[in-house]
Design a protein around this ligand. Sequence first.
Ligand code: SF4
Length: 260
Amino acid sequence: MNEVDALIQALSEKRKLVAMLAPSFPIVFSYPEIITRLRKLGFSYVIEVSLGARKTNAELADLLKNNPNNRYITSPCPTVVRMVRQQMPKSAKYFTYGVDSPMIATAKIAKENYPDCQPVFIGPCIVKKLEATEDNPDLNILVLTYTEIVQVFNHFNIQEETGIQDQFDLGGEGLTRIYPVDGGLSHSSGLMESFQPGEIQTVSGWKNCVEAIKNFDLNPKIRLLDILFCEGGCIGGPGIQSPLSTQERKKKILDYAGQT
Ligand code: SF4
């Protein structure tokens, strides 16, 4: 059964579910209308993944503080994780494997707060499905792309209503809402300011990722490499259907982040 059918079945059976909305959602959906629309669909709670990104940042900061002489490649992106693990194993020693991605950190927050609910991640990424099922099966996360959640809205004929006032049950805050943009991790965690110029590199787009990982091995001046596989970051993810350019998508994210 695919994830769309699995969610339709869970909603039809009135199972308790918590929606975890990835921080790229403003490219596709209106805020706060999307929260109400997910509640009308049947979600018991709606929370922001940018909340978990704060935990990701804190874990990364701890790792760097406790190992100040090490050099790291870091990424919340399961495609980069797989690329390094399978195709560039020599570089795996640099990877921050112990740090939870925002999706995983948010699922753990959801389990703590709503232990009777299954977490459902809604975002721009198809590879997150593998991160959920292969790397973290114990959390029982169901992963749908934005395109797929629209199919579920259509199945139950749940339309968007305008003029709605609503808020997340657990929300993030401005800074980590920039996570889906190239360099979002480094900027939102304050790491940009912690390193000297040239010691930190942020990269997105698959060709750039491969080059940057190879170069990292050869250039010890770079202390931290922050990478996302898709062009421009998760704002270019395959689960987003939008006519907007990369710059227009980025503006949507920054505008939303600036609301708080
Ligand atoms: S950069 Fe692309 S592949 Fe990586 S997590 Fe974001 S959407 Fe998924």
